[in-house]
Design a protein around this ligand. Structure first.
Ligand SMILES: Nc1ncnc2c1ncn2[C@@H]1O[C@H](COP(=O)(O)OP(=O)(O)OP(=O)(O)O)[C@@H](O)[C@H]1O
Ligand SMILES: Cc1ncc(COP(=O)(O)O)c(N)n1
Length: 275
């Protein structure tokens, strides 16, 4: 049996809804062996971020070497990277080991507004990481910052995707969770030539903590299994849609999504008890 392996390079979310925890849960659900290189520890729950403790860049590099010297991931995703020094180590590691199928989720701020990437690190992200990316998955505010423009609708999402692709990312998905459409969410996929719209009804819920992490992890897991980017984007959307629809209702703030939901539905099981 071939064991497909995916690596997440991201921050820890003590509340378990976003970051490394969301990524590993998603890899596991989609049948992919998960590995992790931590960039930072955050003290976090559904109410917000109470602390951010970045790791030494050398500790990030050492984790990547330990993985690279022994294990070859079939896909890699990055999440919270915090600083330009960490971004440099991450891009060095990815290049050194020739890792393919890189998904860059350019995490910048948590839902509550706490910064997870230093402002001056945006340049390093564009310069060192985007040229290595198979897919980059900004949300609308992240796409605005990377592309240097404001986004007021789908045409602007397309222009931002074009600009981000010019920075070197092979594919770009501008995610629509933060969009202004009332009843719908539209993600815009750009393959360097054509645009595809991935639409779904907008689910009216405050429990969207970790949606971006979960989505990009599902994308990486599917790429690890050898799916095309188009197929992986479709499955990732179905995974996050089910995860938001069947929200767990835990914590008293912005709760996590339900990482069990997609596979439970495929197996024909119910939503499941939360007791
Ligand atoms: N309310 C919603 N209803 C349906 N789908 C949603 C909703 N919010 C987000 N999504 C989907 O979830 C995925 C992540 O999108 P979003 O724009 O929320 O990313 P994000 O802002 O990076 O997430 P995060 O807030 O975790 O950083 C996309 O595929 C998007 O279409
Ligand atoms: C460690 C870590 N990584 C990423 C996010 C973004 O997720 P969200 O915007 O849903 O809070 C987060 N909150 N924490």
């Amino acid at each position: 049996m071939k064991v497909y392996k995916a690596l997440t390079i991201a921050g820890s979310d003590s509340g378990g809804g976003a970051g490394i925890q969301a990524d590993l849960k998603t890899f596991q659900e989609l049948g992919v062996y998960g590995m992790s290189a931590l960039t930072a520890v955050t003290a976090q729950n559904t109410l917000g971020v109470q602390g951010v403790y970045p790791l030494e860049p050398a500790a990030v590099a050492r984790q990547l070497d330990s993985i690279g010297e022994d294990l070859t991931p079939d896909a890699v995703k990055t999440g919270m990277l915090f600083s330009s020094e960490i971004i440099r180590k991450v891009s060095d590691g990815i290049r050194r080991y020739g890792w393919k199928n890189l998904v860059v989720d350019p995490v910048m701020v948590a839902k509550g507004g706490s910064p997870l990437l230093q402002q001056e690190a945006v340049r390093a992200l564009a310069q060192y990481l985007l040229p290595l990316a198979l897919v980059t998955t900004p949300n609308i505010p992240e796409a605005e910052i990377i592309a240097g423009m404001t986004i007021a609708g789908i045409d602007d999402c397309k222009e931002a995707a074009r600009r981000i692709a010019e920075m070197g990312s092979r594919y770009v998905v501008v995610k629509g969770g933060h969009g202004a459409e009332p009843g719908a969410v539209t993600d815009v996929l750009y393959d360097g030539t054509e645009f595809t719209y991935i639409e779904s009804p907008r689910i009216d819920t405050p429990h969207t903590h970790g949606t971006g992490c979960t989505y990009s992890a599902a994308l990486a897991a599917e790429l690890a299994k050898g799916r095309t980017t188009d197929e992986a984007v479709k499955t990732a959307k179905a995974f996050i849609r089910a995860a938001i629809e069947d929200g767990l209702g835990i914590g008293s703030g912005h709760g996590p999504t339900n990482h069990f939901a997609y596979m439970r539905r495929l197996r024909g099981e119910g939503v499941g008890d939360n007791d």
